[in-house]
Design a protein around this ligand. Sequence first.
Ligand code: AMP
Length: 195
Amino acid sequence: MIIILLGPPGAGKGTQAERLMRECGYIQLSTGDIFRAAVEEGTKLGQKVKAIMDAGKLIDDATILEVIRERLMASDTNAGVILDGFPRTLVQAEALDAMLADMQRAVDRVIEMRVDETQLAERILKRATESGDSRSDDNMEVLQKRLAVYHENTAPIIPYYRERGKLSVVDGMASIDKVASSIRSILDAEEAKCP
Ligand code: AMP
């Protein structure tokens, strides 16, 4: 089972992905987390992407795809994978489909977490003050940039999945529990019941 959580920064993708991981035994693949860990560890990859992440820009598709390919091959992904923060461009979405086809797999469901963007700033700033490990890209200026990048590069993948009959939409402004139960109903309909 391969599920994609889609939505602008602050939509709650990470929170829902962690929950599905905890409750359903799925593996969460968050490209943001992977790259933040690389920055933290000071690896070559981390050094390469730090300034890009801090500016709220996108890391190039080739770098992202290399990391995803490795993770998808290496992980024990049989129970299910939740992709959080990937794909973020049409090139990435198409490459993911090709990569999965090679593995005789496919994206099962894409869940768009729709949010009121005027309220996003509040959420992001709250995350910045509450989070123990604060993110260097959680501030107003970078948020505006990340939202612009979302609209320009990531939103176009929504019709890509809609046309393929893979898109479901949930109200990302509802409570964490409500969003989680909407996601669970969508997955139940896919016969991907949480054990
Ligand atoms: P996130 O935690 O998903 O918001 O990602 C944080 C940052 O990591 C983004 O603002 C980008 O700089 C980078 N990043 C994460 N995932 C991707 C991706 N799929 N494509 C390009 N850049 C990404």
